[in-house]
Design a protein around this ligand. Sequence first.
Ligand code: SF4
Length: 261
Amino acid sequence: MNTLANIFVPLHRIIPFSNVEGQGNRTSIFLQGCKLNCLYCHNPETIARHNPEAKMVSLQYLYDQIMDAVPFIRGITISGGEPTIHHKKLVPLFQAVRKTGLTCYLDSSGFFDYEQTLPLIEITDKFLFDLKGDGLGLQTLCFDRKNQAGLIPTQPIPTLQHIKSDNLNRNLANLAKLLPLGKIEEVRLVFITGFFDAHTLIAKVAELLRHYPDVLLKIIRVHSKGSRDPQGLNAHIPTLAETQELADFAQHLGIQRIKVI
Ligand code: SF4
């Protein structure tokens, strides 16, 4: 039985050549489905687990698409949505792709069960790893699945009691486990005001990153393009000066490679 031909994943889209999804030219594969609901998500159509516009494709189809892009690529990046929700299915694809000498990256929110995902982690070359913030505001910003319309709340941010608090720690705990394995290429923070204290988060991240000077910190000033509630989001866009100040703060704490976008 050909495993690749018998395992199917929901494909949102595929970009044969991309140079913004990790090192070198890469084939980027966007899978459908994410457990989070970030209100700034610029790909909100990928959040739902099921979307009629996403087509079920076999791993063999993806493998063939990747091979068509050789020799112009250095590897592949699986993005989403959140690729780790398909962790079991991705293992045979990564095994096959790595045999050809290409590298396999994951572009992840950083919220996954580490133990369950371990077989995929072990054969992942690098993560592009999101920092999602911390505290109760993050629950409203990224974990409120009931807010399907993606509307930015106008009231003070409520405490969402139904969300387990250990979700909030999982992101940094996963980062702490992946760094010593050399699996992190970059960490990325979408910088937005009003939901969490970015300075506190950066201070926690600096504690981890200062031992790994090669890891890039990207600070991405939130933008409203492609989001579900651009008007609401506009009130939470930090100024250029605030964004640069956060980068300076990170540098002051010992993070060596920083890029502001
Ligand atoms: S984790 Fe990424 S894909 Fe998922 S909702 Fe947040 S920004 Fe969108």
